[in-house]
Design a protein around this ligand. Structure first.
Ligand code: G3H
Length: 530
């Protein structure tokens, strides 16, 4: 065995494993003395493949989960808690304190993103920076929301002072592919709106949360944010069973979302903010600009190895352009550079899930057995922690790669002559997140756009599918999502309209005048936050 160390730039080396023992409950970083689970990277540090030990995390269970729930409930205190009743500007101050501390952890978190989930250096940096920007944008949007509410309206002799209030306790679970960004895109709006939260990081990308524990502890009142480690089944399920969670915020798959939802004894009370699976198609029309289309379909199918809910997961190409597209596309896939995340120009990186290459192989075998071919020379080649993306054609609807959300490097291609075929498939699909439409003739595009916007929630014209910019609405139809996320929409998803109303008479008008003058109420306030 060749145990010689590979050359890793000094700033990205893991010098010592991180054995994480602390977890955050009720404003206290408690020490864990129970069993731990090792965290390995699928990136080898030596020439012969050997997953790198990154550290370990607590393997928590029901008692700790219920402690965290109690802390979140106490901090909310049936709406009487310090946090849900706090003035908006004071909650914003806590969030600003947090983000200032978070920014000091950039290098540590970026390095862990690369090792834990194999994300390339530029994409890891982007994930961090995008999250920081998201927090600042959320603060600005919340200020604007509050300003818009700094008034009274009157209808039919009744005045109203309408704002948005928190919902209660939020259980927040994020995905492994964006362990920082997507998780915080739930957690940050949830907290800032006055809810309290219990957060459990995803299966992969968990150590990278640990540099932020102290920032969370010192920025928010006790119990507002509680952070647990362990398996969803052991930690999230007991919390849901109590029926005391008001919002389930989850980005992941519908199987976990359904299982957790079903544990809640009063499903009518449970609000859901969910980002789930998708099978976004690319539809390539005969007059598509080929070079641009190939670039966009490469990035759509293979950015972060296709491990994005927004990835293009099935490609429909018109018969008239099929030959040209497929030969150039297959070459472009084979020209991509595979390597460790910190290597310059790398596009394909190790897969964090050890069993993913075998799963992708199963999809390929199934497709080949039903008549598909691999069009690119490297397609399906195995490495210790990778399988080269296979371009599969012709794919049919009975193949697993058509039916399942592959969430990895394999590209199923179908051809069509009648545009009704991809449209019918989309209508029949369980998913409805986004589509990419490639073409130039406006007479063809117009009716297609008008139909596609009703099948999905974002039509990307000559562009790959993506969530960002984060100010745009991110949602989906059918099994793809519930509620809408964006900087703006997330503040609404985690809150409810609530207001003070009063009949127009001297007694009430005087009471309101005094409330505003004394500034005794944090809710009845027309302060304009700058
Ligand atoms: O996993 C799904 C993410 O929301 C995708 O975000 O389109 O910015 O990569 P992205």
């Amino acid at each position: 065995m060749n145990t010689t160390k590979i050359d890793i730039p000094a700033e990205f080396q893991i010098t010592a494993p991180i054995h994480q023992k602390a977890y955050l409950v009720n404003g206290e970083l408690k020490q864990w003395h129970g069993k731990s689970t090792e965290v390995h990277s699928s990136i080898s540090s030596t020439f012969d493949f050997d997953p790198t030990l990154l550290g370990s995390i607590p393997d928590m269970g029901e008692p700790e989960a219920l402690d965290a729930l109690e802390a979140a409930l106490a901090a909310y205190d049936q709406g009487k808690g310090i946090w849900p009743t706090m003035h908006v500007k004071d909650r914003i101050e806590c969030m600003e304190k947090f983000v200032v501390q978070m920014k000091t952890k950039r290098n540590e978190i970026v390095t862990l993103l690369m090792w834990e989930i194999g994300k390339s250096l530029p994409d890891s940096q982007k994930e961090f920076d995008r999250t920081v920007a998201y927090i600042y944008d959320t603060i600005e949007d919340y200020k604007q929301l509050d300003r818009n509410c700094a008034k009274f309206q009157k209808h039919e002799g009744v005045y109203a002072h309408i704002k948005r209030g928190p919902l209660g306790v939020v259980l927040c679970l994020g995905p492994y592919n964006y362990p920082l960004n997507e998780t915080f895109a739930l957690l940050i709006p949830a907290i800032i709106m006055g809810n309290t939260a219990i957060f459990k990081p995803a299966k992969h990308g968990v150590l990278l949360i640990t540099p932020l524990l102290e920032a969370f502890r010192s920025s928010f009142p006790k119990g507002v944010i509680n952070i647990l480690f362990g398996r969803g089944r052991a930690v999230a399920a007991p919390i849901m069973k109590t029926g005391k969670v008001d919002v389930l915020a989850l980005i992941g798959n519908s199987k976990s979302a359904n299982a957790l939802q079903n544990q809640h004894p009063k499903s009518n009370r449970l609000r859901l903010v969910l980002g789930l699976e998708a099978k976004n198609p690319a539809i390539i029309l005969p007059d598509a600009d080929l070079s641009l289309t190939i670039d966009e379909v490469i990035s759509g199918t293979l950015s972060f190895n296709g491990q994005r809910c927004t990835a293009l997961k099935v490609v429909y190409v018109h018969e008239d352009i099929k030959e040209k597209f497929l030969s150039r596309f297959a070459t472009a896939v084979d020209d991509l550079k595979f390597g460790n995340p910190w290597e310059a120009g790398v596009k394909l990186t190790p897969l964090p899930e050890p069993d993913k290459p075998a799963y992708i192989q199963e999809l390929i075998d199934d497709a080949l057995s039903k008549g598909a071919k691999i069009l690119n020379k490297k397609g399906g080649q195995h490495f210790d922690n990778y399988i080269w993306p296979a371009v599969l054609y012709p794919v049919t609807k009975d193949m697993r790669v058509y039916q399942e959300e592959q969430f990895g490097p394999v590209i199923p291609v179908l051809s069509f002559t009648d545009i009704e075929k991809p449209l019918d498939d989309m209508a029949e699909s369980n998913y409805g997140q986004q589509v990419s439409l490639f073409g130039t003739d406006v007479y063809t595009l117009a009716p297609l756009i008008d139909t596609l916007v009703n099948l999905v929630c974002r039509v990307n014209l000559n562009s790959s599918c993506q969530r960002g910019p984060d100010v745009y609405p991110f949602t989906g139809r059918k099994d793809s999502a519930q509620a809408t996320l964006s900087v703006h929409d997330a503040l609404r998803s985690f809150s409810i309209r609530t207001f003070v109303a009063f009949k127009d008479n001297n007694l009430n008008n005087e009471a309101i005048r005094r409330l505003l003058e004394t500034k005794l109420s944090n809710f009845v306030s027309t302060d304009y936050i700058l």
